[in-house]
Design a protein around this ligand. Structure first.
Ligand code: NDP
Ligand code: HSE
Length: 426
């Protein structure tokens, strides 16, 4: 029997759920692994808030550094979030020879490769299953089971908050602000929900996926990201009418030695498996050269599901400590990022034009000049103005933006409305 003491940093949505889950599963874990896990200290900002909730409030402290330095603490679990003081705490714990479990994607997407190197140098685990796609086991399969695969693309829904908001807007006609407030109340959103709705959270997760899958150094700042805050109820209705549903997607791909990582809203055909991933669920497709297509699906946010991922890592690290082992992760390659201009996609776009003879010809000429091909065009509205809804064949960002700039300069174009990427049927 090995007895190990955990220093828990943060006892909010995820940390609190972890305390409960560990209590519920301790005996089974001990029986199965021969390791007994005990929480020795819990660091928070405000201990008063947690006094009544915890079975043993004497574990509470505000001194995070003391928890990390405590020689009695064998494993550190970081569930504070953000980079300060999390970076210093995680690095110090690793330097002190303590394995670290974290759910902190912001930290890993900004400083992951340095921290993986510190962990390797000190021969300890740095595990972060909870950082990407909440409760879904994804990092371990990518890092271990699929390490021999030549993976070309990973695509999926990796933010629970935005998927919850888009689902409520689409299925119940909910207002954006109300849906966001619900997602916050349910514990899905980040401390600052701008991270969710503007795509930073998904961008951080996408950078981590790219690093793991391709073994390359990709940071948040390398990710092209767009949020969902510009998506309107009208976009959602039009998408529905055309046979699509709007989802916030992450796409991580490698081709010709270059890596492209982007997150953005997209219109997904209703028959596509991602169209039916709703509420706080996440789903991730992995395309491997030998294994073929894989899909991972489950709860992407929330205290319980995320605590489950943290506990899995905790048991893994504990068993490694008991056996004197550690998992290694090395990010060796520098990567060439594909220029944003070269990224290509199908697009849906709307514009308001004056409703007079010859207008469509002028508009179509601009598309043709830039080599952008129109798949579907619909006109609606009466009176002086008309709204055009177009679906474009696949085109590059550079060609699309050149087209939009020229259209914007035409007298007959009153304004460009929505511009949303589209996932094709095939
Ligand atoms: P919460 O905001 O609910 O909890 C944060 C906890 O950290 C609180 O207990 C807070 O103390 C404590 N804390 C914050 N700053 C400090 C500090 N400087 N010193 C000491 N304690 C501090 O966050 P979550 O539990 O939702 O998230 C934690 C981490 O897990 C984040 O990295 C998040 O991105 C990640 N994550 C969250 C998921 C989710 O669904 N919520 C899913 C996947 C990952 P106090 O309680 O006193 O305020
Ligand atoms: N805020 C994140 C989300 C939590 O909504 O997906 C899980 O990482």
């Amino acid at each position: 029997m090995t007895n190990l003491t955990i220093g828990l940093l943060g006892c909010g949505t995820v940390g609190g759920a972890l305390v409960d889950l560990l209590d519920a599963r301790r005996a089974t874990i001990t029986a199965r692994t021969g390791v007994e896990l005990r929480i020795g200290a819990i660091a928070v900002r405000d201990t008063a808030k947690h006094q009544d909730r915890l079975a043993d409030p004497s574990l509470l402290t505000t001194d995070t550094a003391a928890v990390v330095a405590d020689p009695e603490v064998d494993i550190v679990v970081e569930l504070i979030g953000g980079t300060d003081p999390a970076l210093t705490l995680v690095r110090t714990a690793l330097e002190n020879g303590k394995p670290v479990i974290t759910g902190n994607k912001e930290l890993l997407a900004a400083h992951g490769p340095e921290l993986y190197a510190v962990a390797a140098e000190h021969g300890v685990d740095l595990l972060f299953e909870a950082a990407v796609a909440g409760g879904i086991p994804l990092i371990r399969p990518l890092r271990e089971s699929l390490v021999g695969e030549d993976i070309s693309r990973v695509m999926g829904i990796i933010n629970g908050t935005t998927n919850y908001i888009l689902t409520k807007m689409s299925q119940e006609g909910a207002d954006y602000a109300d849906a966001l407030a619900d997602a916050q109340a349910l514990g899905y959103a980040e401390a600052d929900p701008t991270a969710d709705v503007e795509g930073y959270d998904a961008g951080a997760k996408a950078a981590i996926i790219a690093s793991i899958v391709f073994g390359v150094d990709v940071r948040s700042s390398d990710v092209q990201h767009e949020g969902i805050s510009s998506i309107t109820a009208a976009d959602i209705d039009t998408a529905k009418r055309l046979g699509y549903v709007i989802k916030a997607l992450a796409v991580i791909e490698r081709a010709d030695g270059e890596v492209a990582v982007r997150v953005h809203p997209a219109m997904v055909p209703t028959g596509h498996p991602l169209a039916n991933v709703n509420d706080s669920f996440n789903a991730v497709f992995v395309e491997g050269a030998t294994v073929g297509d894989l899909m991972f699906y489950g709860r992407g946010a929330g205290g319980g599901p995320t605590a489950s991922a943290v506990l899995g890592d905790l048991v893994d690290a504990a068993v490694n400590v008991a056996n004197g082992a550690a998992a290694r992760l090395s990010i060796t390659e520098k990567v060439t990022l594909r220029s944003v201009d070269e990224l290509s996609s199908q697009y849906y776009l709307t514009m308001v034009v004056s409703d007079e003879p010859g207008v469509l010809a002028q508009v179509a000429t601009v598309f043709g000049t830039h080599g952008v091909s129109i798949q579907v065009m619909e006109q609606s509205g009466t009176g002086g103005d008309a709204e055009l809804c177009l679906i474009l064949h696949e085109t590059t960002e550079a060609a699309l933006h050149a087209t939009l700039d020229e259209l914007d300069g035409l007298n007959v174009v009153r304004g460009i409305g929505s511009v949303i990427r589209l996932v094709s049927d095939d």
